[in-house]
Design a binder for this molecule. Structure first.
Ligand SMILES: NC(=O)c1ccc[n+]([C@@H]2O[C@H](COP(=O)([O-])OP(=O)(O)OC[C@H]3O[C@@H](n4cnc5c(N)ncnc54)[C@H](O)[C@@H]3O)[C@@H](O)[C@H]2O)c1
Length: 441
């Protein structure tokens, strides 16, 4: 395919060399004359493993040329990939001027073109940038999005030092767009890469790079804090983290990585608190570990605010234990929310099939007695809770709750006027009834 690449730095140079290796014909565009000269002399603009050979071969086989000429690049290619820099300003804001400048240039060049043009944004940009780029191109070119041209988000995941290897061996190639034609065209340029092509919406593709890199940063700082604690205890931190990584069920897995409600129960809060105390006792700074509980409190506050925002006073709660399938109420985050709602004069009804007061004992009983001493007056059967509540809060993913809110022909209760606040993203197959509000989705 014929592809123009805007920006010939790390990402653009690697993309140019790798796409040419897969027999695509590339025109590189950059504002830096020196970079254009280098590419036209078969020399990469960056230092990177394997790139010298790729750029030289691409040039020798006439699959690569560079120019500071947007019109020439647009007229002679079907796809443009934007790889220009998106530097951060001193205040930490991203400067997107280069992206918008390229969008303007492409828009102007498109006025001279009749065929459909696909524009992929490979630079790392915040959500909303693609919409802005589309509007700029529409305004400048007078052409219509998804008819004359379309934008695809195609974030780059390479790491410097192993960029070429990463290009040919990604976990997956991500394409985000609302234009099927453009997704189809972009898929073709990655046909030779041995990795799945994942198609998604534009905004998810835009934000994923920031989410990925923040997660990577979190992993690094977490491991470092564990290292600092272990070193001070004369424990081999590498052995500890190797053990952590051995658990592919809960640790290195999708488990616990779904947006939802605050954690609770008898183990997570207690054991996290213990690790925080160990690090305090050693006089070590572990800000990431110390602030996990704070983040959990914020999630409880967010849930409470969602309930208060409805302005309704009759609140039904489905699930009081900290997770489905248990009667463990210790540190259950919904217990604290119920306590705060009662304090504010709300009328609360709770249903939890697993919680039977006569069977609660030990620390579980003393915990709930201290938080909700009049729990017996709050527990109702499922129908009572649903019928008499204006707002229904689903706080754990019990199978029993899953079908209640789905549209069905034999619905006995009128749910359409109720507000559902889902704290756990209840599993469901059909559309839900009522005003549905997910906690963080
Ligand atoms: N470097 C990485 O490892 C990496 C990895 C993934 C994503 N990214 C993202 O990719 C983007 C590019 O990063 P990079 O490291 O390649 O940047 P870079 O600074 O190495 O290269 C950017 C190039 O864009 C050119 N440029 C700027 N304005 C231009 C314009 N109006 N027209 C044409 N060319 C223009 C610059 O001259 C430069 O050659 C950034 O958004 C970055 O966050 C970088």
């Amino acid at each position: 395919m014929k592809i123009s690449i805007f920006g010939l730095g790390y990402v653009g140079c690697v993309s140019a060399g790798c796409l040419a290796k897969n027999d695509h014909k590339i025109i590189g565009v950059d504002v830096d004359k020196h970079k254009i000269e280098l590419i036209n002399n078969g020399i990469p603009t960056i230092v990177e493993n394997q790139i010298d050979e790729l750029i030289l071969n691409a040039r020798n086989s006439r699959l690569l040329e560079a120019a500071n000429d947007t019109l020439y690049a647009i007229i002679n290619t079907d796809i443009s990939i934007i790889c220009v820099s998106t530097p951060a300003t001193e205040s930490g804001q991203l400067n997107l001027n280069n992206i918008y400048k390229v969008a303007e240039n492409i828009g102007r060049a498109l006025t001279q073109k009749k065929s459909f043009h696909t524009i992929a944004i490979r630079s790392t940009v915040p959500p909303g940038t693609g919409v802005n780029v589309t509007s700029i191109i529409e305004q400048v070119s007078n052409k219509q999005r998804n008819i004359d041209f379309a934008i695809v988000s195609n974030p780059e995941f390479l790491r410097e030092g192993t960029a070429v290897k990463d290009y040919f061996n990604p976990a997956f190639t991500l394409l985000g767009s609302d234009c099927d034609n453009a997704l189809e065209i972009m898929s073709k340029i990655y046909n030779d890469i041995n990795a799945p092509i994942v198609k998604t919406n534009f905004h998810s593709a835009e934000i994923i790079k920031y989410v990925n890199n923040s997660f990577h940063a979190l992993k690094i700082t977490f491991a470092n804090e564990v290292g600092n604690i272990c070193k001070n205890l004369n424990i081999d931190s590498h052995e500890v983290m190797n053990l952590l990584c051995l658990d592919k069920k809960l640790n290195i897995s999708p488990y616990y990585l779904r947006p939802g409600f605050a954690y609770g129960g008898s183990c997570l809060p207690k054991d996290l608190g213990a690790l925080v105390n160990i690090s305090k006792g050693l006089n070590i700074e572990t800000p990431v570990i110390n602030n996990i509980a704070r983040s959990n409190e914020v999630q409880k506050d967010t849930a409470l605010k969602e309930i208060l925002k409805t302005g309704k006073k009759k609140i039904g709660v489905l699930g009081l234990s900290f997770k489905a399938g248990t009667d463990d109420l210790r540190e259950s985050p919904i217990v604290e929310i119920v306590e705060r709602l009662i304090g504010k004069g709300y009328e609360i009804r709770i249903y939890d099939n697993h919680v039977q007061l006569s069977r609660l004992m030990g620390s579980n009983k003393s915990y709930i007695d201290s938080r909700l001493p009049h729990l017996s007056k709050l527990l109702y059967n499922l129908n009572d809770v649903i019928d008499s509540s204006e707002v229904i809060v689903i706080s754990n993913n019990e199978d029993e709750y899953q079908e209640i809110f789905e549209y069905s022909n034999n619905q006995t209760t009128n749910l359409s006027e109720k507000t559902i606040i889902d704290l756990v993203k209840i599993k469901h197959d059909k559309e839900l009834i009522g005003e549905y509000n997910g906690l963080c989705w």
